[in-house]
Every structure is written in structure tokens, then in C-alpha cells.
Design a protein around this ligand. Structure first.
Ligand code: 5GP
Ligand code: MN
Length: 336
């Protein structure tokens, strides 16, 4: 929770109409888009001028979110976005806690700005670029934090069906449909309230999970065929090469959630997915664990990434094959 002083300061800032920017992390997921758009609709209702700027394109399975069509994409309209950033009064950054998570180019733009930032985020080890920080790793999603943020501003009555739908979306996606460990009674109480505010929960689930393409399932099939089992390390991993993705006409978002299959085998408590991205010249990696193994630390130590204890991301500049060999060598090292 924020301190009473911080809440008063934010209330003061928001007391008169402001030009506000809201930024999710690069490659935004359901929680990043749900929290930014939820906050967007809330601030609009308070008569602010609000713009959501996503560092890059968001996946198609989130394109039904209310006002997603108004989101500016920094990497597509750099000058326009920089101009709006320049003229802004206040910047929210949501669902990340280090500016490099917006990508190198946007990071450089943000670092040049002399603006007041507020961070709302649930990842480990926040950087200190923000004057106001609502950072708490006990939350399962940034959307729950935005709900509590609105509550702390004593404006819960402003949460309508639109805001609730955005926030519900991020809670569902970041909690793996209410099954990950940070899902609490409070999560369910917030969700209950959001449904009471009008969220058509069944419809949201359909839009998130039942709008897959045939090719997306073929990519999943390929991923599962590629899965390696390393029982001596209680580990599995999946690879997807660019050529494999291309052969199924890969679309952004198609690999979302595939990593979790690696944990669904009995006796496995650590898994990774390595996805080749030739355009960016990197292997994008996701790590997941069950129980005590800290993948946030693992990714920080070996793959320049981070995240949470049981879910983290990272990247590698090596080839796909080299990356996998490196990964296996680390496992052997750690076991020793
Ligand atoms: P995913 O594997 O779904 O991309 O990410 C898992 C979690 O780790 C998400 O909460 C995501 O925001 C975070 N994450 C992903 N990549 C990175 C990264 O490079 N650095 C940090 N600090 N967090 C990351
Ligand atoms: Mn999140």
C-alpha cells in the first residue's frame, strides 16, 4: 500500500485536469494492457487527457479490450509519441519496474524526460526512476493493484463495466485463470466486485482463450513435439525456431502460455521455452517454476532478465542451439 502522504500527493495532482501518459512494458501481456486501459478509462472519467503508449504492438487476442484501438505504438510512431510525452504532466508506468523493459529506444526517450513518474507494479527489485512508487510483489497482478489504487483514492464508485472488464482481464491472465500461487481470497473478492460491476466473465474468457487460430494450435503441437525432458534436473524445456514459426504463419501472441505445458508433467518443477526471433536477433526466453526454485534470480543471473519467483523472462544473443547448450550447462553447474 502507498503511504497516506503519497495518496494525498497523488490526489492533489489528479485534482485538476492533467495530460497523462500510461505506459505498459514491451510485448505487453493481458495484465499490462488490462491495467493500462483500466487506469486509462478511470482517468478519462476524471476529465484528464490520457494517452496509452505501448512500446510495441500488442497481441491480437487483446485487441477487443475497450479503447485498445486508441493505444499509440511507440515503435511505429516514435516522433508523435515523443511529442506527446514532452507535453505531458504525469507518466504512469504499469506492470514493469525498470525502464529497459520498454526497449532500448523508448528507454532512451523516457530517460531524457524531466517528468514525474508513478510506477504501479508487482515485480521484484524495482528501479527508482519514479517519484511515486506503488510496488508490491505479493500481488498476483498489476490489475489488482490498480483496483486498490483506485480504492485508495476513494474512487471505487467510478469503476464501471468498462474499467472492470480491463482489470478482470489482467487478473485472469496473470493468475493463469485463478490458479497461480498468488491468487488469494482478496483476488477473488476483487474479482467478485468486478463481476458485480458488470464484467461478462464468460465472454472475457472466450475472447482470451477461445479465439485461437488453427495455425496457433499447430505451433503448440510443434512446441510439444520439441519438448525435452531432463528428469535428473526435474526440468523440461521447449524450443521454437523462427523457421518453425514461419511455417505456421506465426502471429504475435501465438506462443503465449505454451511455456506452462512444461510444468504439467508429474515431477517437473522447472521449465523454459526458447523462442527464436531473427528480426530482433535474440532468443526470447520464458521461465516457470513450481515451489522454491527462484526463476527471477535464475534469469537475472544467466539471461539478463527477471520477473517473479515462479515466472520470469529473459533473452540470449546466442543461437538457439548455443542457448540451449548453455542452459543445460547451467543446470549441471547448479546441481553440483
Ligand atoms: P513472460 O515469460 O511471460 O514473458 O514473463 C514472465 C514474467 O517475467 C512477466 O511478469 C514479465 O513481465 C517478466 N519478465 C519477462 N521478461 C523480463 C525481462 O527481461 N526482465 C524482467 N525484469 N522481467 C521480465
Ligand atoms: Mn503482471
Amino acid at each position: 500500500m502507498m503511504t497516506a502522504n503519497e495518496i494525498d500527493a497523488i490526489k492533489n495532482i489528479l485534482a485538476s485536469p492533467k495530460k497523462i501518459i500510461i505506459i505498459p512494458h514491451r510485448n505487453p501481456d493481458g495484465d499490462a494492457m488490462g491495467s493500462t486501459l483500466g487506469l486509462y478509462h478511470f482517468l478519462l472519467k476524471q476529465k484528464h487527457q490520457v494517452t496509452v503508449i505501448s512500446p510495441n504492438e500488442f497481441p491480437n487476442f487483446l485487441a477487443w479490450l475497450p479503447a485498445s484501438e486508441k493505444v499509440l505504438i511507440f515503435e511505429k510512431e516514435e516522433h508523435k509519441c515523443e511529442d506527446i510525452l514532452d507535453k505531458s504532466d504525469f507518466i504512469f508506468t504499469l506492470d514493469f519496474n525498470a525502464l529497459h523493459r520498454t526497449g532500448d529506444i523508448m528507454k532512451a526517450s523516457l530517460e531524457k524526460l524531466d517528468k514525474t513518474f508513478m510506477m504501479i507494479d508487482h515485480h521484484e527489485l524495482p528501479d527508482n526512476y519514479a517519484k511515486y512508487t506503488f510496488s508490491d510483489t505479493t500481488y498476483g497482478s498489476t490489475c489488482e493493484m490498480v483496483y486498490d489504487f483506485i480504492d485508495q483514492l476513494s474512487e471505487k464508485n467510478l469503476i464501471d463495466k468498462t474499467i472492470a472488464t480491463c482489470l478482470y482481464t489482467g487478473i485472469v491472465t496473470d493468475s493463469g485463470s485463478f490458479r497461480f500461487p498468488k491468487t488469494t481470497g482478496k483476488t477473488h473478492r476483487i474479482v467478485a466486485d468486478l463481476i458485480d460491476k458488470g464484467v461478462e466473465n464468460n465472454k472475457v474468457h472466450n475472447q482470451l482463450f477461445d479465439t485461437s487460430s488453427y495455425n496457433r494450435l499447430l505451433i503448440l503441437g510443434k512446441a510439444l513435439q520439441n519438448m525435452k525432458l531432463l528428469p535428473e534436473f526435474k526440468t523440461t524445456y521447449i524450443t521454437l525456431s523462427q523457421a518453425e514459426l514461419d511455417s505456421f504463419n506465426y502471429q504475435k501472441g501465438d506462443t503465449e502460455g505454451i511455456v506452462n505445458y512444461g510444468l504439467s508433467i508429474a515431477g517437473i518443477d522447472f521449465t523454459a521455452i526458447f523462442i527464436e526471433n531473427t528480426a530482433e536477433g535474440i532468443i526470447k526466453i520464458s521461465f516457470r517454476s513450481e515451489g522454491d526454485f527462484d526463476v527471477n534470480q535464475f534469469s537475472r543471473n544467466y539471461f539478463g532478465g527477471g520477473g517473479h519467483k515462479n515466472a520470469a523472462g529473459g533473452k540470449s544473443d546466442k543461437t538457439l542451439q548455443e542457448t540451449v547448450l548453455y542452459f543445460e550447462s547451467i543446470l549441471k553447474e547448479i546441481k553440483k
